[in-house]
Design a protein around this ligand. Structure first.
Ligand code: ADP
Ligand code: MG
Length: 225
């Protein structure tokens, strides 16, 4: 049986190894990327080669994976700042509106002015909300996709709900979706929910998911003041 100290030590070692690996892989990937860009500008005809786009897509995937691995590693290191939650949430939602309009997905929002001022790591909470919104827009049907984001004061703190009318998550999958690298998507990294959970827990908050294949998914977050 492992005691709490041993578990913490193993977790720290795991995160240290992960960060070393990401760092060691990122350098050659950056070199390969700039090498390919040099080849493409010196010999533009290589871009006509039938596998060129696949190579670039795979490279983009590895870069995304490394970014998400470092987000996962850093998720629990937060720098909270005093935040007017109402205008903060409205700004994040307006920033995703053009993408959702482009994808023909309806975004409904209910963000009351009465939300409190809270201490939040603004970069990480934004990252968490964007992860959850991306999952929602990847799940909804097109056309007919709809995402509803609502927030309300919850003493002490706030609760935020992100609801979608997407494909939903089966009960078996719900047991594993927060595990790092669990994905049902061809190009998924399986890190979005794991990172989001770590960010929320670093703020002493909670995340719960209610989902079925008929009604879609509701992600409920609470963040204490
Ligand atoms: P990724 O998006 O890279 O697959 P995530 O950790 O963000 O990784 O999500 C893990 C899995 O959880 C997804 O592959 C998907 O199966 C499921 N999932 C998460 N959010 C939703 C949602 N809103 N609707 C349906 N399935 C979801
Ligand atoms: Mg995701």
């Amino acid at each position: 049986m492992c005691n709490d100290n041993t578990v913490d030590k193993l977790k720290n070692e795991f995160h240290y190894t992960l960060s070393k690996f990401s760092h060691e892989i990122r350098n050659p990937i950056t070199l390969i990327n700039s090498g390919l860009q040099m080849i493409a500008s010196a010999h533009p005809e290589v871009q006509e080669y039938k596998h060129w786009d696949d190579i670039m897509d795979n490279l983009d995937y590895v870069k995304d994976l490394l970014d998400e691995l470092s987000a996962f590693n850093n998720a629990n290191r937060i720098t909270p700042k005093s935040t007017d939650v109402c205008s903060y949430l409205k700004t994040i939602l307006s920033s995703v509106k053009p993408t959702l309009d482009y994808l023909d997905i309806t975004l409904e929002t209910d963000i009351p002015d009465s939300l409190p001022v809270m201490m939040l790591d603004q970069i990480k909470i934004r990252q968490m909300l964007l992860n959850l919104l991306k999952n929602a827009w990847e799940a909804v049907p097109v056309p007919g996709g709809k995402i509803t984001v609502s927030a309300c004061p919850k003493n002490p703190g706030i609760s935020i709900n992100i609801q979608d009318n997407g494909c939903g998550i089966s009960p078996e999958q719900q047991a594993t979706i927060f595990q790092p690298f669990f994905t049902t998507k061809e190009n998924g990294t399986g890190l979005g929910l794991a990172v989001s959970k770590r960010i929320i827990e670093a703020h002493n908050g909670t995340i719960d998911i209610t989902s079925d294949h008929t009604n879609g998914t509701i992600v409920s977050i609470t963040l204490p003041a």
